[in-house]
Design a protein around this ligand. Structure first.
Ligand SMILES: *Cc1c(COP(=O)(O)O)cnc(C)c1O
Length: 388
């Protein structure tokens, strides 16, 4: 409760219904808790939702999906992988898991997504892959990025942790011609399994490798069960793999979240439109909108304060908090994080767009269970604090 007696409005909350709860109970009673029939069903239904002939490989985080994707692309020591400084650390850390080097480039200040021209300028003979991040749920300039990648002979693994579902020229991200795509089902994402992720690809070799590496490098298809004399208990370890499988307990939640995703998207769209209209006359920039038939998933609604605004970012966050409103900042760019800054001698001046955006942005509350009157509290507080 706040001083005015209103409950605290968090920045994000999951929406879990009775369907998810019943499915988890069913799984608990079934006796099969870890990866099994529900994880398989979740993969099949996720792939069917995306369409385009993709395969979906369920894992226990998007970080795992990014790691498996890069591993399946053959990224290794000495390779360079280009990504943006304006992301969560997971996007870059997976590159170092494979002893490769992340190469950070700035964002396009009009979209907050990685700038294709800067990708082009960063390509060297060691560049093996690009990881674009669809920031907030806004699609990166994928035609330009795919064109650069094709000309340079490098692979593309997109970080779609914010971008389910987002469309690029009408096609859902995951089906748009990247080598693979990683989705997140972390608790505050557009759908959740508590913790979870999905690697999606149309390339059978990438799918095969990721399935093997997600569970200890165990290959159960190494022989044909029906013609071989080897029994069902037999398996072969073909690589030192990982422990990244998604449990049936988590998949039980995902199956029902997926069935609600279009309703969730409608609600996020409606909230984003209400913010756009209500904040238009304040000294701030509302988020960019892609032109139809491209679309936005609205994982985040991020405002950027104009330099003339009465309050700076930190003062505004404090004042909103005092009014019982939770907000966040996405992201503290990687070039400011001690590890990345020191390891690659990164300076704020190298990333002017990201730096300027970071210094003046706030992510407002946006989640499906938020009511219009919850949102009106945020809008009224912003008018009170920033209006003339
Ligand atoms: C949430 C997030 C991740 C990591 O997702 P997990 O499922 O928590 O591993 C990666 N990249 C971005 C941009 C994210 O927002």
């Amino acid at each position: 409760m706040t001083a005015t007696g209103e409950p605290f409005l968090p920045f994000a909350l999951p929406e879990i219904g009775e369907e998810e709860i019943a499915e988890v109970l069913d799984t608990l009673r079934s006796g099969w808790l870890t990866t099994g029939p529900k994880a398989k069903q979740f993969e099949d239904e996720f792939a069917a939702y995306l369409g385009g002939g993709v395969e979906a490989i369920a894992v226990n985080s998007a970080t795992a999906a990014l790691h498996l994707g890069l591993e399946a692309l053959g990224i290794g020591p000495g390779d360079e992988v280009i990504t943006t400084t304006h992301t969560f650390t997971a996007t870059a850390e997976v590159v170092e898991y494979l002893q490769a080097t992340p190469v950070f480039v700035d964002i396009d200040p009009s979209t907050y997504c990685i700038d294709p021209e800067l990708i082009e300028a960063a390509i060297t003979p060691r560049t093996k892959a690009i990881i674009p991040v669809h920031y907030a749920g806004y699609p990166c300039d994928m035609p330009a990025i795919l064109d650069i990648a094709a000309r340079a002979g490098v692979r593309v693994l997109d970080d779609a942790a914010h971008a389910f579902p987002t469309r690029v020229d009408g096609a859902l991200i995951g089906t748009i011609g990247t080598d693979a795509t990683a989705f997140s089902f972390y608790a505050n994402k557009t759908m959740t399994t508590g913790e979870g992720g999905m690697l999606v690809t149309r390339d059978p070799a990438i799918a095969k490798r990721a399935r093997v590496m997600r569970l200890h490098g165990i290959d159960r298809d190494a022989f044909d069960r029906f013609t071989s004399r080897k029994p069902a208990w037999y398996y072969e370890v073909v690589a030192p793999g990982f422990k990244y499988n998604l449990t049936d307990l988590a998949a039980s939640i995902g199956i029902h979240q997926l069935r609600k995703i279009d309703r969730f998207l409608d609600r996020r769209n409606a909230l984003a439109s209400r913010y756009d209209a209500a904040l238009a006359d304040l000294p701030l920039r509302t988020p960019p909108r892609p032109l139809a038939p491209s679309s936005h998933a609205w994982h985040l609604y991020v405002i950027r304060l104009d330099p003339i605004a009465r309050l700076g970012r930190d003062e505004l966050i404090t004042a909103l908090h005092e009014r019982g409103i939770g907000v966040s900042v996405h992201y503290i760019p990687l070039h400011l994080q001690p590890y990345w800054r020191d390891r690659y001698s990164l300076e704020p001046g190298q990333f002017e767009a990201s730096q300027a955006f970071y210094e003046r942005t706030i992510s407002l509350p946006l989640f499906t269970r938020m009511t219009d009157s919850d949102q009106d509290r945020v809008i009224e507080a912003l008018h009170e604090l920033l209006g003339r």
